[in-house]
Design a protein around this ligand. Structure first.
Ligand SMILES: [Zn+2]
Ligand SMILES: [Zn+2]
Length: 263
């Protein structure tokens, strides 16, 4: 029993290294403006997903209508954070000046010994009020990787940096290592007996998170402001947002647990 919001609650306590096992982590940043999209990950703007090819990096000034963008050198190589020190200086809200105009990537190895603890109510409690997402994990995928709140794109873009996600929607930061900001595919999921989309993990309030599209490629209808709804089979549950939206879920409708990080 763990006290959540003053209520003694039976919880699952799950400890993970937040590392994907069933798919490759990365790549994120291309090394050269002639690199194809297979050498890099994805980025998003206005609900759309873009492949971060070298060509994409070379044209960020047009993409954002801002001629201060220039992530590449005269020889076509791209400025990428190459070390843990570079990652620590660039993968934070207040990006160090010397890492302005960088493609920011951190490697899973830098933080592989960090342990993330997820405390999740065993029986979720639906609340009539919603709770906005904090800075901690908002859920966990079946592979033990953390679902994070939206990437802080305002801070990232203000420094003329991008921090690509890999094709599975994940990247690494110093606060727990590898984590997802988008649900694409390729992680463990449990298909449903009806046409409903598969469950892919749990939110930090204990309600299930399901894929966006159902077996007939239909989008869910009647989602509330958090991205959830009720049905007879599953009760209240969430559907992960579309990958370009930078929001796996938008808020919490249940009594939330919490995550803790041990470095
Ligand atoms: Zn992130
Ligand atoms: Zn549903």
């Amino acid at each position: 029993m763990i006290e959540l919001n003053g209520v003694q609650t039976l919880c699952y306590v799950i400890k993970t290294h937040s590392q994907a096992t069933e798919h490759q982590m990365g790549p994120w940043c291309p090394a050269h403006i002639e690199d194809g999209m297979e050498k890099a990950g994805i980025w998003f703007k206005d609900d759309k997903v873009y492949d971060v090819s070298g060509h994409f990096i070379a044209h960020l000034d047009e993409f954002y209508s801002d001629n201060k963008w220039k992530l590449y050198r005269e020889d076509g190589t791209i400025r990428v954070t190459e070390t843990k020190e570079g990652c620590l200086a660039a993968a934070k809200p207040n990006v160090d000046k010397e890492y302005n105009n960088y493609c920011v990537q951190c490697l899973p190895d830098y933080f592989k010994n960090q342990v993330t603890t997820f405390v999740i109510p065993a029986t979720p409690t639906y609340l009539n009020t919603t709770q906005s997402l904090g800075r901690g994990g908002i859920g966990v995928a079946f592979n033990g990787v953390k679902y994070d709140p939206p990437a802080p794109t305002d801070a990232i873009l203000a420094a003329h940096t991008i921090a690509p996600l890999d094709d599975h929607g994940g990247h690494v930061n110093p606060h727990g290592g590898y984590h997802y900001h988008a649900v694409t595919s390729g992680t463990k999921e449990i298909t449903q007996t009806d046409a409903h989309s598969a469950i892919i993990g749990y939110a930090i309030d204990g309600f299930g998170i399901y894929a966006f599209l159902d077996k007939n490629n239909h989008k869910p209808v009647d989602l509330d402001e958090c991205g959830g709804h009720f049905d007879d089979e599953r009760g209240y549950h969430y559907h992960a947002g579309e990958p370009g939206g930078n929001k796996i879920i938008k808020c919490l409708h249940g009594l939330p647990g919490y995550t803790e990080l041990k470095e």
